[in-house]
Unconditional design. Sequence first.
Length: 238
Amino acid sequence: MLKTCIRAALCNSFKDQVQGLSKSMEGLLLSQLFLKFPFQGNLTKTQPNGNDFHQQRDFHMSANSSIKFQPPSNWLKYNELVFPPKEDDEPCRPAEIFHQRAHVKYQFDKMNYLCRMVRGMSVDEARKQLTFRNRAGATILKELIEEAQDMAVKDHNVEFKSNLWVAEAFVTPAGFFKGIRKHAKTYSGIVHYRFIHLFIKLREGPPPEHYYTPELNGYELKEQYLSRLRNRKIVNSL
């Protein structure tokens, strides 16, 4: 009985020492990691102009982060493009509005799916479809389209903001930064906080009938197959 009590007391004391050592080592590791890279800031959603990059709360960045802090500027330069005067027989050039939102904390694949959906739609139809999508990315894309509509009326002399359609909508990765996620016992893992850049282009006028190439029906496939057979050539023949 005495041996059992002594063994239990030794086990408890050893367990307390191990837990205290693990906590101290974890705190030392985190302090060394955070003090080594003293950058502080916080990534938040940008303002409607897409160029602001605010910092509200402090956090420490790791050296392996690949986040690009400068928002892309080449896309918005297309709004300043000036074309030469058109000829008399040349049709009127439709207005084009370029807009973006930088450093959006959202997944690339989910936003890319929504961008593919709204391409080729009128702005009213795109807003309607995004309203019924129960996704956070749909709300972000809808807000971006509405902002581009306001830009069209204020800055590009578009008479009716409903007379626009989504000519382009795509997303690019904006990098990530690493964080620490605590697991059971003394283990920890790395979590990646990923960001994206969102771009759209609106064009004045009615949307096209087919934005993507339509699939061929059975009769068209038959004609394509027969024409390929008739155009065959025998090698080394007359």
